[in-house]
Design a protein around this ligand. Structure first.
Ligand SMILES: O=c1nc[nH]c2c1ncn2[C@H]1C[C@H](O)[C@@H](COP(=O)(O)OP(=O)(O)OP(=O)(O)O)O1
Ligand SMILES: [Mg+2]
Length: 205
């Protein structure tokens, strides 16, 4: 299907400039070309509390579609400690903001198990009231003392199992994107859009 069949671009709605930067890099580097143009809009949307990661992600995307009045994608990132049964999970933003990297380590002081996974839920919606589809990407690893540049969230304290001992912050952007929660979820979204371009364009029309 040609791009002309889908005049409206998909708007990636996020309040986080670093997420946007990675999403642009990942979309530019893929093997398959996305059949839709992706633009972005900076909106910090409210997020449900006390709900599952998936419920939070779906509700945020639903609000984004209402705000943009057209096709949107969003994402929600969680950092889930196995010893804490998945917490901080979707509340990692507030834990990081209040406790810092050191605090994220100290949370696990009473536990031997330092393992955790990063989860990214990408959501896609063709417009107000339309179905919200969810794409789940995960990366397993462990929580370590901060190492590497501190310009993106909890990257310095998360060491993926597949990185050969580097934290996300110590890895090159390409290396992180190749194994990251975000890279994996976005890859699933990309493949879905490539295979269902017509369905999505019809929903958006
Ligand atoms: O790859 C990552 N590496 C390190 N840190 C990360 C990553 N991805 C998100 N983060 C941080 C940002 C925020 O502190 C929390 C997720 O919260 P989350 O609500 O998904 O992000 P946000 O509010 O900054 O942006 P948005 O407007 O898209 O909701 O983890
Ligand atoms: Mg947020």
């Amino acid at each position: 299907m040609s791009k002309r069949a889908m005049p409206q671009p998909i708007v990636f709605v996020t309040g986080n400039a670093k997420k946007l930067e990675e999403v642009k890099q990942i979309l530019a580097s893929g093997a398959e070309e996305l059949p839709f143009e992706v633009t972005s809009q900076k909106v910090d949307l409210p997020e449900l509390q006390g709900a599952s990661c998936e419920e939070i992600a779906v509700e945020k995307c639903r609000l984004a579609a209402l705000e943009v009045k057209g096709p949107v994608m969003c994402e929600d990132t969680s950092l889930c400690y196995h010893a804490l049964k998945g917490l901080p999970g979707p509340y990692i933003k507030w834990f990081l903001q209040s406790l810092g990297h050191d605090g994220l380590n100290k949370l696990l002081a009473g536990y031997e198990d330092k393992s955790a996974y990063a989860q990214c839920l990408f959501t896609l919606c063709a417009g107000p009231g339309k179905e919200v589809r969810v794409f789940d990407g995960r990366t397993e690893g462990k929580i370590v003392e901060a190492r590497g540049p501190t310009d993106f969230g909890w990257d310095p304290v998360f060491e993926p199992s597949e990185s050969g001992g580097q934290t996300f912050a110590e890895m090159s952007k390409e290396a992180k994107n190749a194994i990251s929660h975000r890279g994996r979820a976005l890859q699933l979204l990309r493949t879905w859009l490539v295979n269902h371009a017509e369905t999505f364009a019809q929903e958006a029309a």
